[in-house]
Structures are given as C-alpha cells and as structure tokens.
Design a protein around this ligand. Structure first.
Ligand code: NAI
Ligand code: MG
Length: 500
C-alpha cells in the first residue's frame, strides 16, 4: 500500500474516509477484488497518491452482475412500489445533503475542481437529481390504446424495468455522473452495476456507503472501481447485462456498441462534443463575453458540452476576443482546496499530456495563441493555463477534435445568412450542444432550429436541470439523459391485448 498524503485542510470526516481501505460494493458488502489487486488514485494538484482502491476486473464484474441479477429476479426490490423506491431515493438525497461538505472535499481532492464549485454545483446537483428522478418512480405508466382494425379487443401498455443495467461513467463530474446514471435506473426499478472512472472513484465509493445506510436491498446497486479496458469492457460485454449506459469518449462509445452486440443489450451513449458558442453583432456583449468565457473554462473545459469553438460576428469579434482573453487572464489557477483558486488542475497526467499536446498541435498548424498555452508549474500538479487560439483553419485538429481542456478557438464570421452560419457551426462529427447570443428573438429561435445538436442555449451556456433532456446528435451519442426522456433507456414497453 502506497503512503497516502493527506491535506491538512481537509475536514475530519473526509480525512477519515480517505484513510479507509477502499473496496468494491457487491451485494451490499465491501469486498476486495477477486485478484486481490489495488490501484493508486492520484491527487491531480500534486501528482501524489491520494488513495489505493480495490481494482475490479472480469471476475468482480461477474460477481456484481450475479448479485444484480438475483436482486432483480427475486429480491425485495421487484416487489417494492414506486412510492417505496422514491422514499429510498429521497433518503439517499437527504444523507448526501447531510454530508455535502465531505463530498465536496472528496470531489475536489480526487478530480481537482475548486472546492467552492463542488460545494455549489456537483454535490447539490447530485442531490437534486436523486430527488427529481425519485419523483418519476411513481409516474412511469403505460397507456390504453384505441384499436384501428375491426374486432373487440382491449390493448394497453405496461412499462417495465429493463433489468440488470451496466453503467460506465467518466471523471469530469464523478458524483454527479453517478447520480445521472443511478437516478433513472433506480426510479425505473432496474438493478445496477456501476463502473466508476479509474481517475476518480472516491465519491462514488462514499456514495455506496450512503446507499447502504439508506437501506436499499442487497444487490440493487453494486459499485466497482477499475480500469476501462478490463472491468469496463467486461461489463459492456457481459451476457447477463440487459442494458449498458455509457458516458465518455466517442472512441470508447464505439467499443461499447461492439461489446454490446454479443447479447444485443440496449445501449445509450453520452459522448463527446465540440460545441459552438455563436455571438451575433446585436448580442448583449457585456453578458456574452463572460458567458463565452465560462462556456469553455467552467470545470477547466472538461465538459462534454464545453463551448470550445467561439464564433463572433466580425462587427464585435475584436471586443469579444479581447474580453474573453481578459477573462482568461483573470482566472487564478491553483489547487482545488485553495480558496483563492478559480481553476484547478486537469484531472490526470494523461489528460494533461492530451491537452498540452493539442495546444502544441495548434501552434504547429499555424494557429495563433492570444493568451495561455503554457503549463503552470506548481508542485507537480497537472495545471494548464486557460488558452485562447485565433487564426485557426476549419480543418485543424484543435478545431475539429474534442480537447477537453481549457482551450478555445475563436474565429469571426461575416455572414448574414443564418443557414450558412448554421452549416459552419454544424461542421463537426459532434452534435451535443451550442449557444446563441443575440437580442433578436426570431434570429435566436431560427438558429436553434438550424443547429444539429441535442441542446441549444440562448444567451446562456452550461445550464442544466434534471428535467431537461440532454444528449447528442451525430457522434455525440445515442438517447437522452435526464427529463422524462431518460426513462425510455431503462424501461421496456409491454403490449397487452385481450379479446373481449
Ligand atoms: P474514456 O472514454 O476512455 O473513459 C470513460 C469511462 O469509460 C471510464 O470509466 C473508463 O474506465 C471507461 N472505459 C475506457 N475504455 C473502456 C472500454 N474499452 N470498455 C468499457 N469502458 C471503458 O475517456 P478518457 O480516456 O478518460 O478521456 C479521453 C477523452 O474522452 C477526453 O479527452 C474527452 O475528450 C472524452 N471524454 C468525454 C466525456 C464526456 O462527458 N462526454 C467524459 C470523459 C472523457
Ligand atoms: Mg480512455
């Protein structure tokens, strides 16, 4: 076991949690990996080991799926009413709320994000998600269906839980992504094997303790930490998993689809993006500038919907570029636990190399750095400066590919033809989100119609609510998270017809 360096700023419950042995939650018990292996989890602000965690692999996936199957087929979960499931979910949300500060600290240590952000965004949102989705547990019903053909029949649909669900989540919002995934699956009455990201397993493991405390029956939620290529791949391919839900890279999304084909399990995917922020000449520039900056720099650009391509009309482009550059320069980069930090390190050494590699490729391809572009040398942490590029070409890698770091490409447009602007904005493999900044109502809504993306924000960006469906067109994914729409990922329709 590696020596774990604890930060003296952490509260006692967080320090106590971090010092515990971190195991896997299978069938309501904390167990070591079948192989006995553990893996190190790093503090991205220092590059030192934060915790050692049991490393799940294929055999642990088998055990967890068996537990989830038993819980689904013959446990008390199936006999519970929606109201009972709702109460358990609200209990869990209440427990999370009681431990809000602890979760914010764990999230900040593990992911690198500022503590203040985890406190007002990640943890409260996770709580809201469980409450909102809990409400659906009593409202998932079918319909009666009028007949078209002659005959005396009564037909209706039932909506039943999809079964045993495998869920694979990323590291950018570790707790919140767990809530996005668990919430609808539990509301629908499924049982779950959740595979958390190897970079950031800790908050979900702590959540597992609260799931036990809330009183969920054994096997309903199983939580595995481990690598994607091993545990993740085994879960996606498992023949007794009915449905797999994945959030992460488009590249791995395609592997999930292949792995799922063995038993044709249901698949939903929430993948990457290269979202445009479009600022028109008539926008409220005082709002658009901080809006465009926050669209890319929130969560260090590690958002699937980050506004990583900034297009501004030529009449305002210089002001917008100057303004966003000034905002970037104001951002204080430092450890998440430091109260003066606005932006923490990126999540991992791998991500640090990926983001700085993209910056280097932009420079090589002839794009111009307006601000940023350098590594920030601080204690071995994975810090990258907020970076603004201009003079890019549409074919450059930094314009086409998801960087997932604090890097934006800004370009002017001089078009009045909304369709052409739409075509430029749509010119990527992705179609996750976009924002449009204008005071002209009709232009805003026309643009919303022209953009091939699952979310369009008008005069805002990165705005979320559990009630709003979220997901992608094109290679940004399959299906929708959140809202009523997500429930279709976790339910099957059964049509019942009776001769009268
Ligand atoms: P990734 O897609 O490799 O990882 C996401 C999750 O999938 C993790 O839990 C990982 O363990 C798992 N995974 C990896 N390979 C797998 C496999 N073969 N089978 C099953 N599960 C597997 O993403 P990674 O490597 O962390 O980041 C790479 C890029 O992906 C980022 O730079 C970013 O562009 C994108 N990404 C997008 C996210 C989103 O929210 N849409 C979130 C995280 C990353
Ligand atoms: Mg990967």
């Amino acid at each position: 076991m590696a020596t774990v360096a604890l930060d003296s700023r952490l509260s006692r419950p967080t320090a106590a949690f971090l010092s515990r042995t971190h195991k896997l939650l299978i069938d309501n018990e904390w167990v070591s990996a079948a192989s006995g292996k553990t893996f190190p989890v790093y503090n991205p602000a220092t590059g030192t080991v934060l915790a050692d965690v049991a490393e799940a692999d294929k055999e642990d996936v088998n055990r967890a799926v068996r537990a989830a199957r038993r819980a689904f087929d013959s446990g008390p979960w199936r006999r519970m009413t929606g109201a009972q499931r709702n109460r358990l979910m609200w209990k869990l949300a209440d427990l999370l709320e009681q431990h809000l500060e602890e979760f914010a600290e764990i999230e900040s240590m593990d992911n690198g994000k500022p503590l203040a952000v985890a406190r007002v965004a990640d943890v409260p949102f996770a709580i809201e998600w469980f409450r909102y989705m809990g409400g659906w547990a009593t409202k998932i019903g079918g319909t009666t269906i009028p007949w078209s053909a002659p005959g005396d029949f009564l037909s209706y649909t039932l909506r039943e839980p999809a079964g045993v669900v495998g869920q694979i989540i990323p590291w950018n919002f570790p707790l919140l992504m767990a809530a996005w995934k668990l919430g609808p699956a539990l509301a629908a009455g499924c049982t779950v094997v959740l595979k958390v990201a190897e970079q950031t397993p800790l908050s979900a493991l702590r959540l597992g303790e609260l799931i036990q405390e809330a009183g969920f029956p054994a096997g309903v939620v199983n939580i595995l930490a481990g690598y994607g290529e091993t545990a993740g791949a085994a879960l996606a391919a498992h023949p007794d998993v009915d449905k797999v839900a994945f959030t992460g890279s488009t590249e791995v999304g395609k592997l999930i689809v292949q792995a799922a084909s063995g038993n044709l399990k249901r698949v939903s995917l929430e993948l990457g993006g290269k979202s445009p922020t479009i600022v028109f000449g008539d926008a409220d520039i005082e709002r658009a500038i901080p809006g465009a900056a926050s669209a890319i720099f929130f969560n260090h650009g590690q958002c699937c919907c980050a506004g990583s391509r900034l297009y501004a009309h030529k009449s305002v482009f210089d002001r917008v570029l100057e303004g966003v550059t000034a905002e970037a320069k104001k951002i204080r980069v430092g450890p998440g636990l430091d109260p003066s930090t606005d932006m923490g390190p990126v999540v991992s050494d791998e991500q640090y190399r990926r983001v700085t590699g993209y910056i280097e490729s932009g420079v090589r391809d002839g794009a111009q750095i307006v601000t940023g572009g350098r590594k920030v040398d601080q204690n071995g942490g994975y810090f990258v400066e907020p970076t603004v590029f201009t003079n890019t070409q549409p074919t450059m890698k930094i314009v086409q590919e998801e960087i997932f770091g604090p890097v934006v490409c800004a370009e002017p447009f001089d078009d009045a033809d909304l369709e052409r602007i739409g075509r430029q904005a749509n010119d990527t493999l992705y179609g996750l989100a976009a924002s449009v900044w204008t005071k002209d109502l009709s232009k805003a809504h026309k643009m919303a119609g022209l953009l091939r993306s699952g979310t369009v924000w008008i005069n805002c960006h990165n705005v979320f609510d559990p009630s709003l469906p979220f997901g992608g067109y094109k290679q940004s994914g399959w299906g929708r998270e959140n809202g009523a729409e997500v429930l279709s990922n976790y339910t099957e329709f059964k049509t019942v017809t009776a001769r009268l």
